[in-house]
Design a protein around this ligand. Structure first.
Ligand code: SF4
Ligand code: SF4
Length: 361
């Protein structure tokens, strides 16, 4: 079952009413009883103001905490690991508003990037999972240059400590392999409850440098695949473009349909530009053909502030320093777009592939 509400601003009363109703319908108070820890897992990708649509809005987490506190005597933790270890999590918690919530409610903030790890199904994840927390997985309604959309399933990549994030990006360099890997993480963790914050969202070249949009929706489900499927329908993005959902269906993790109890008007999203020529990319195993169609990142020196985030995150060492600026060596680049994700100054546009240039698309 999926529940959603159309809410156009971060209004405490409206969101609270929805969350309390949801808690009732999903019998949340009963479900948390046997868990000594509750983990609230927002999307805290990078240092970003809550209005920039990069991170899950802290008000939703605070409303959940308010709803839990009178009935729950265990420990509540808010945790995430940003895109890379050199991104200061302390600063991210402060800038995104989660530090304030933690202080007000006496709650622990946890940086999964530097956490000890454990293995589930061969995947390295935060050792907090050993304690089997009840997880509120709060994702943001955003596009993603590698996985097309980042919703509840992709949000759990934040549970991977940073050194393994880089390794896994390198091991799963193409969009298909990476998308499938996110499903494996999701299945290993199985969060009990998923929430997608689409009051303000991001389309185009998300997850950090896209266009801020106002879909005006918050949606929840205990089935993350179904929730993501619904939000793709809502944003008018065909499930055919969402490899991880297709993989989940193929594997039998998700039946491919969901139940929703009210009508809605769609809010069409613009796809990331990396999605162009998807079909050719999918069928072309040939490196030469791929080079013709794949867009690669190119650093724009005029706006680059030399923070070196891109240089530090690149899993393939494809970025070198040339004339004092970072420079992408296309030959080594695997088009994972991590550099674009972490650039705080939107200074890494995609350079069109040969075919795009010729046909001017
Ligand atoms: S240059 Fe950017 S897109 Fe290419 S491999 Fe490095 S991080 Fe990934
Ligand atoms: S391109 Fe962006 S991430 Fe890379 S050094 Fe310049 S400002 Fe920093």
């Amino acid at each position: 079952m999926i529940l959603f509400e159309r809410i156009t601003t971060y209004n405490r009363k409206e969101i609270s009413n929805f969350i309390l109703e949801v808690f009732k319908q999903y019998n949340i108070y009963n479900k948390i009883k046997n868990h000594s820890i509750i983990l609230i897992k927002p999307n805290l990708l990078s240092i970003s103001d809550k209005q920039e649509a990069v991170t899950s809005h802290p008000l939703i987490a605070e409303i959940i905490i308010d709803a839990l506190k009178p009935y729950y005597k265990g420990k509540i933790i808010i945790g995430d690991g940003a895109a890379a270890s050199y991104l200061d999590m302390k600063k991210i918690f402060i800038e995104t508003g989660y530090d304030d919530i933690a202080n007000r409610n006496n709650i622990e903030l946890r940086n999964f990037n530097t956490d000890k790890h454990m293995e589930i199904n061969g995947i390295k994840l935060t050792s907090l999972l050993k304690k089997k927390p009840f997880i509120f997985n709060i994702a943001k309604l955003k596009t993603h240059m590698l996985t097309t959309m980042t919703l509840s399933v992709k949000n759990l990549y934040g549970l991977v400590p940073s050194k393994y994030k880089i390794l896994y990006h390198s091991q799963h360099s193409d969009p298909k392999s990476f998308s499938e890997f996110t499903v494996k993480i999701f299945k290993a963790v199985c969060p009990q409850f998923n929430i997608v914050d689409g009051i303000i969202g991001m389309d185009g070249n998300g997850p950090s440098n896209g266009r801020i949009v106002e879909p005006g929706i918050i949606a929840v489900s205990d089935n993350g695949f179904a929730l993501d499927h619904f939000l793709c329908d809502f944003t008018d993005i065909s499930i055919e473009k969402i490899r991880y959902l297709k993989f989940a269906i193929e594997k039998g993790y998700y039946l491919g349909s969901y139940k929703i109890e009210k009508d809605y008007n769609k809010f069409p999203y613009e796809l990331p530009s990396s999605n162009r020529f998807e079909l050719i990319k999918r069928v072309a195993d040939n490196k030469f053909i791929k080079k013709l169609v794949i867009s690669y990142p190119q650093i724009r020196n005029s706006t680059c502030r030399k923070c070196m985030n891109c240089y530090n995150i690149c899993p393939e060492n494809a970025i070198i320093i040339k004339n004092d600026f970072p420079f992408v060596r296309q030959r080594k680049c695997i088009a994972c777009f991590c550099c674009i994700e972490v650039c705080p100054y939107d200074s890494i546009p995609l350079k069109k592939g040969f075919i795009e240039k010729v046909f001017n698309v």
